[in-house]
Design a protein around this ligand. Sequence first.
Ligand SMILES: C[S@@+](CC[C@H](N)C(=O)[O-])C[C@H]1O[C@@H](n2cnc3c(N)ncnc32)[C@H](O)[C@@H]1O
Ligand code: SF4
Length: 459
Amino acid sequence: MTAILPLERHFARVGAPVGGVFTERNLFPWIQRRTRPLEDGPAAAARLLAERRPGKRVAYLHVPFCANHCLFCGFYRNRSAEDAMAEYASRLERDIAMDETAAGGPPIQAVYFGGGTPSALSADDLHRLVSAVRRHLPLAPDCEITIEGRVAGFGDDKIDACLEAGANRFSIGVQTFDTGLRQRMGRKASRQETISFMERLRDRDRAVVVCDLILGLPGQDMETWRNDVATCLSLGLDGVDLYCLTLHDKSPLALSIAKGSLPPAAGLERMAAMYGAGLEMLEDAGWRHLNQAHWASATRERNLYNQLVKAGADCLAFGAGAGGLVQGHRYVIQPDIDLYGKAVDSGTKPVTVVLPPPANRQARDLVMGGLEGGRLDIARLESLTAPGLAATLEPLLAQWAAAGLIRRRANAIILTTAGWFWHCNLVGSLFELIDLSMGGGTPPADLSSPQPQGIRHAG
Ligand SMILES: C[S@@+](CC[C@H](N)C(=O)[O-])C[C@H]1O[C@@H](n2cnc3c(N)ncnc32)[C@H](O)[C@@H]1O
Ligand code: SF4
């Protein structure tokens, strides 16, 4: 039997507009803020990585360089400089090559070069890194190999180098097609340059092409937003991410808004309306909704890396600041590029912090992976937690249904448009209730565990 759970504090507002169903977005429910890192973390990670266990695996390679700090972004670390990037690429190649444990074990289903800006690397470095991954890691025959990039500085020579080495997916950060807004956010290419770039990439027809758009930027009204989604639709891409703006404290964007040089970012109501409008436009155009923030137009787009990571697959991490996951243990590679380089030069993988898995990992993975895809099997959740959980949760689920967040289907809940928008809150609530139902008790104070790169923002 499950304990009596404090369901009311997770209730939504019935009858409120979508943006007012909860008072704030629970942005990163999966970050284990209250978990103490393992004392023997690096040794524990090494042991776990060396174990051979069946299961899906992916790999993340981090490239922490950018030409400039875009105002909204929380991922910026180092300004790109040719020498530093070339040196870093050599270290990253060595990091991949020296990882003997990665070579064993089940196939790797997806590889993601993320950043920062992988497309800031030279054509030669992109070629040798993709080649190194293919040479040293046991990739599945249909492995998805994604290169993340931006339009400025991603020349044809670099694209050719990626394709020749075997990359088969490009994820391009467009953010908005509006030239004025782009410039205000620190993006260098104009609308026309961005469109031409995406068309050239599409016309090669040798890889999946997806783009990221952000909604809720200061000065981005509904018309600009609809125009962004319509432009994306007109380009014949394979997929798109629609990300709600996260306004990071102390980001250049937050500071510009605070001093009045930019208008405020969208509030919850405008954000919800924009998300809903984007979702409707993509649905009307026949795109498939794969994850909370991701849609695909073509069958060749699988969005595999993101899907597997969100469902708790093991993720091998390479590069300064990369975040990995092994048997539910999150680990972080040394983020300082000099310290990272020194460790790799001496033949050591510089794992810094390792967090133990949450107590109810399987149930959490089911909630996270399920709701990312818009559906959660409550009977299966009960089988992974405590008998009686479904009945205990019933008043909450009925309340969420009344508030328009979910629909009920036999043993499952299905997200509505409002539910997709608030999906992180629903995940956070279920995480908390599962912990309590399994005797987790009141959680201790926030220990501010690190947020690895590689597992994305809230969507
Ligand atoms: C790690 S970033 C790398 C993108 C790439 N370097 C670029 O400049 O296009 C991946 C994506 O995160 C999204 N992103 C970054 N900051 C964000 C924020 N504050 N709120 C929402 N999405 C954000 C952007 O859509 C971006 O394309
Ligand atoms: S959006 Fe891309 S280029 Fe801009 S700061 Fe973030 S990671 Fe760097």
